[in-house]
Design a protein around this ligand. Structure first.
Ligand code: ADP
Ligand code: MG
Length: 399
């Protein structure tokens, strides 16, 4: 294994935000924060007259600063507002919240939602200075942020059923239409094609992360991930076919845990041959999306995977997407359901255009209405939105 540092090879570079942005309206607080930031020598702080809602609206469109200070004074449900902000905010932004309530329950809830510190007015200069310093010096360790992302395994029960297409396109929708920060990890280190579908080059970083988990820290992740789009990062390697790569579950779990502190969604493209060797990982709190086509062999394997993974629990759900439905060789719906043991949660038809569009990568897939409509219930489910899908789908997904 070579030791050279991985270099990002993505197609986009992120716009640079000021180091700090402050969304607050009252003059006294502004003066205190200005003085605190001046005291630690910060030159590029941007003050915006507004509150947390203004910040959320702005960060939906733009890059996030390293330090964000937002006002929640007068708001009825500040924790919900902080969660909305966190959904669109870059993963490594440190958020300090100021408000008008001296309330220990609120304080705890805000800390739980992942904020670095909560101060009530009138602000005390040296406390603000200390909190800002902690954020700017990188002193906020990842586990200090209680908020974690969602883990989604996309497991094709056989090769060629469309698992990577589904992982890549769902990740893209969440990032582009829901402004979520998304990571995709392609665990097929020797033959994966997520990078190909995203139209970026793989790097050695994923292999390095798995073989040397001790090297994986914040800096490693900042340097090593491949930037695909503004809000999408990728970890994908393409190692020689003849190499022997040890799949170490402990190392992968440690990596996923670090990623969960930095992204709202972590998709793991998981080929079945690798999934079989990592059954403990499939038991992490997650959504496991089984992908199959409509052949008899796939129906059998969906049933076998359901048994291997076990029943749903309060923090782990298995969904089944029947993809490439009705292509030549498919079982009719009732027969497939009988062989698989239950009906699929989502069905996406076979359409030649999807395959053709895919040769253009994810941007091609995005043009395809069948794929977009097919994946919409999954996107809504993952982003926690109300689903307007037919009741049967609703019941199966959420019942
Ligand atoms: N619904 C669909 N209709 C037609 N072709 C599809 C569909 N979904 C995926 N494909 C095509 O099937 C092939 C295999 O897809 P891929 O995502 O690489 O599968 P996997 O990751 O499960 O091996 C690709 O050429 C892809 O474009
Ligand atoms: Mg694949």
């Amino acid at each position: 294994m070579n030791d050279r540092p991985a270099t990002p090879t993505g197609t986009s570079s992120r716009a640079v935000a000021p180091t700090a942005q402050i969304f607050i309206a009252d003059a006294d607080s502004i003066a205190t924060i200005r003085q605190a930031l001046g005291g630690i020598g910060l030159q590029d702080a941007e003050f915006v007259s507004g509150n947390i809602a203004t910040a959320t609206a702005m960060l939906t469109q733009k890059s996030s600063p390293r330090l964000l200070i937002v006002d929640i004074s007068g708001l009825d449900d500040p924790v919900a507002k902080v969660n909305e902000l966190a959904d669109v905010c870059e993963p490594n932004t440190g958020v300090i919240v100021v408000g008008d309530r001296n309330d220990i329950v609120l304080y705890r809830d805000l800390k739980y939602a992942g904020v670095v510190e909560y101060f009530f007015k009138p602000l005390v200069g040296n406390l603000v200075t200390r909190a800002c310093n902690t954020v700017l010096s990188g002193g906020v360790t990842e586990h200090q942020s209680a908020r974690t992302g969602k883990l989604i395994f996309v497991l094709g029960v056989r090769g060629g059923v469309g698992a990577t297409t589904i992982a890549v396109n769902t990740a893209w929708y969440l990032a582009e239409t829901r402004q979520r920060w998304v990571m995709l990890v392609d665990l097929d280190l020797q033959a994966g094609d997520a990078a190909l579908q995203f139209d970026v080059s793989p790097s050695h970083a994923l292999r390095e992360a798995i073989e040397h988990p001790d090297r994986v820290d914040k800096l490693f992740l900042e340097r090593a991930v491949i930037q695909v789009e503004h809000r999408i990062d990728l970890l994908a390697s393409l190692e020689p076919l003849t190499d022997t790569i040890a799949i170490d579950e402990t190392a992968i779990t440690a990596l996923l845990e670090k990623l969960l502190n930095r992204y709202r969604f972590i998709f793991v493209d998981l080929p079945p041959t690798i999934a079989m060797r990592m059954m403990q990982i499939l038991n992490l709190p997650s959504t496991c999306v089984l992908v199959s086509d409509a052949t008899l062999a796939s129906a059998r394997d969906v049933a076998r995977w359901r048994v291997a993974i076990g029943p749903n629990t309060s923090d782990r759900t298995t969904l089944h997407i029947l993809n490439r439905n009705a292509m030549p060789g498919s079982l009719p719906g009732p027969e497939f359901t009988r062989a698989a043991g239950r009906a699929p949660d989502i069905t996406i038809p076979y359409e030649r255009d999807i395959g053709a569009a895919n040769t253009l990568g994810v941007k091609g897939g995005q043009q395809n209405a069948t794929l977009r409509h097919g994946l919409a219930p999954l996107v809504r489910h993952l982003s926690g939105e109300q689903v307007e899908a037919p009741r049967s789908v609703l019941r199966r997904l959420f019942g």
